[in-house]
Ligand binder design. Structure first.
Ligand SMILES: Cc1ncc(CO)c(N)n1
Length: 219
């Protein structure tokens, strides 16, 4: 059993709850209010900005050339794929900078990105990478779950399609390789930190749907 199989098994109860979260169920049924999706997109804009930035931060600390290259390739895939698609969605929904700035980053999104930053600063690149993995891997798993049913709403279908796209699958596999290679390099204490960072990110992924569903605010 690979290290990523082990940590996925540990996080599976959390993943299962993501698969059936009302946000996901309503997205595939087409009943998710557009205002909820809009809120999600704005929060995810903050999330992805930090997430892309973290690839560069981790790469800057990594001693392994292949790892640095893979992280920077991952960042490029995100920017060309997901981030570009999101920009199109912002246009379609007429989401302007002012609305984004006015809403600001919500508590759960803030906590999630800071968890990833903390994983890197306390555990180093391998732990930082493990914290990034649920983002790639869980979204692909959600995409696979929703693939057969799809969504009657074109925008929601576009969202699903991104996470089952070949480029995305390649990016997921690259991250899985990085985490498994990292796990072989480090000592058992750091390996435990990697598992913990991965499971916490999986918990934050679940909280992220709930944050959007509730349109969470600071007050
Ligand atoms: C919160 C979150 N997790 C994962 C992804 C996939 O990149 C995303 N866009 N947002």
């Amino acid at each position: 059993m690979t290290f990523t199989d082990q940590i996925q098994e540990a996080a599976m109860p959390l993943w299962q709850r993501s698969f059936v979260h009302p946000f996901i169920q309503e997205l595939t049924q087409g009943t998710l209010p557009l205002s909820t999706f809009r809120y999600y997109l704005i929060q995810d804009y903050f999330y992805l900005k930090n997430f892309c930035d973290l690839h560069g931060k981790i790469a800057a600390q990594s001693q392994v050339e292949a790892e640095r290259n893979a992280l920077l390739a991952g960042e490029r895939t995100l920017n060309h794929g997901e981030v570009a698609i999101r920009q199109g969605m912002f246009k379609t929904l007429k989401i302007e900078k002012a609305e984004v700035n006015q809403l600001g980053i919500a508590p759960t999104c803030y906590n999630y990105v800071n968890h990833m930053r903390a994983a890197l600063s306390s555990g180093g690149p391998e732990v930082g990478i493990a914290a990034l993995l649920p983002c790639y891997w869980l979204y692909h798993a959600v995409g696979l779950h929703l693939q057969a049913h799809g969504s009657p709403v074109a925008l929601y279908q576009q969202w699903i399609d991104n996470y089952i796209d070949d480029d995305y699958v390649q990016a997921v596999n690259r991250m899985l390789d990085l985490v498994n290679q990292g796990a072989q390099r480090v000592d058992s204490t750091t390996r435990d930190q990697m598992a913990e960072a991965f499971i916490r990110s999986s918990a934050y992924e679940l909280q992220f749907w709930e944050m959007a569903y509730q349109k969470e605010q600071w007050n």
